[in-house]
Design a binder for this molecule. Structure first.
Ligand code: MLT
Length: 390
């Protein structure tokens, strides 16, 4: 990865916020601000290139691969629109019908598609550290669209842009992030970014959802008492209970599984959870006047948030989604810009770099069916720790 300089943006990858400086985060947000008029598609991004008639946008003739190995609505659509509005061609990788099903590893998949000519890979993967591993294995830019409960950098950046619009600043704020913190990459990326920008983050939830945070190097403030925390809050970010990331749940017949833990599961009761942590209008009234409500989506209406709050005047949830396209336009154009500078200055090199020894392990391991299917070997699990900034 290129070294950063305080003046600008020199990274060809965006893997997480833990590694970024406050200056780099502000740089991304300022770039996103400029893209905002183009993000809704009402002004064609190619106008950014200057004088008409100028067909190409900033990423004209570039190719972006959306390598999503987990479900997604907002993030995949948002990255697709961002890349297309910059003029790029986007390839949608379908994990379920790909050679990953034939036990090809993720790294082989990425290197093979890159060999057809790629400028950026946008990756979402259930294994922590997978984006970092792919970044080490390919030459093109890599952007993390969510890895396990590790990082989701563009989600946090879009949250910051929405907060800056609605609250006018990103320093000196108190932001409560409420719910299933333990399984949330959004909470982690928000903590890394907001604390660098000078705001205070309080993770709020029942004890089982506040466990397992030992991987976070930054100081973590937690509370189990939402009502006590709310009067201090400028912003309240509600999280979905991420059932699919709980190791195992006991189905309770109808609706999401939740009642009691099975082996490796999370002990909590849905009705207790709603009683203690659902954001209702009555609860929200305890927050500071003008406090805003955020949610990364997907919303589970009637569980973590009521309709009245989700659709109410303090909710900025749909504005977050709009900001997301602008943030991803900024991230793609800055990272691919850095890649292009690197390509111009580089000596001719093989199309794909040799794999480092640690990366070779990810590329060759066949340590279990589940992981084989996903294309990362079991060793991939530990990578996020050493590449926690990734
Ligand atoms: C994520 O991908 O982590 C989402 O944005 C939040 C969620 O899934 O609840």
């Amino acid at each position: 990865m290129a070294k950063k300089t305080p003046a600008g943006w020199t990274r060809k990858h965006l893997l997480g916020l833990e590694d970024l400086s406050a200056g780099e985060i502000r740089h991304l947000l300022d770039a996103a601000e400029k893209f905002l008029p183009y993000a809704t598609g009402t002004r064609p991004a190619r106008a950014l290139a200057g004088k008409p008639p100028v067909p190409p946008g900033p990423l004209a003739n570039r190719t972006v691969l959306n390598l999503f190995c987990e479900d997604s609505t907002r993030t995949r659509t948002s990255f697709t629109l961002a890349a297309e509005r910059l003029g790029a061609r986007v390839i949608q990788f379908q994990a379920g019908t790909s050679s990953l099903k034939k036990n090809e590893t993720l790294l082989d998949t990425a290197r093979n598609i890159e060999a057809m000519g790629l400028d950026a890979i946008v990756i979402r993967h259930p294994d922590r550290g997978a984006p970092q591993a792919v970044a080490e294995a390919v030459n093109c830019s890599v952007l993390n669209a969510g890895d396990d409960a590790h990082e989701h950098p563009t989600q946090a950046l879009l949250d910051f842009l929405a907060m800056r619009h609605k609250l006018g600043r990103l320093d000196g704020l108190t932001v409560a992030i409420v719910g299933d913190i333990r399984h949330s990459r959004v909470a982690r990326s928000n903590l890394h970014g907001l604390s660098k920008l000078g705001s205070r983050v309080i993770f709020v939830g029942p004890p089982p959802f506040l466990e397992g945070l030992g991987d976070i190097a930054a100081p973590v403030e937690t509370s189990t008492d939402l009502e006590a925390v709310l009067p201090e809050c400028d912003a309240v970010m509600m999280l979905r209970v991420q059932f699919e990331r709980h190791e195992r749940n006991v189905p309770n017949g109808a609706g999401p599984p939740a009642q009691h833990p099975a082996e490796g599961g999370v002990a909590f009761d849905l009705e207790d959870y709603k009683r203690g942590y659902q954001l209702t209008a009555k609860r929200l009234a305890r927050a500071k006047p003008g406090a805003i409500v955020l949610h990364p989506g997907p919303i589970n209406r009637g569980l973590e948030i009521t309709d009245e709050v989700a659709d109410g005047p303090q909710s900025v949830i749909l504005h977050q989604v709009t900001c997301g396209v602008a943030v991803r336009m900024a991230a793609l154009s800055l990272c691919v810009g850095a890649l292009e500078r690197e390509r111009k200055s580089a000596k001719p090199s093989p199309l794909t770099p040799p794999l480092s020894r640690s990366t070779q392990r990810l590329s060759t391991g066949h340590k279990g069916r589940g992981r084989q299917k996903r294309g990362l070997s079991r060793e991939g699990r530990g990578r996020g720790k050493s590449s926690a900034g990734a």
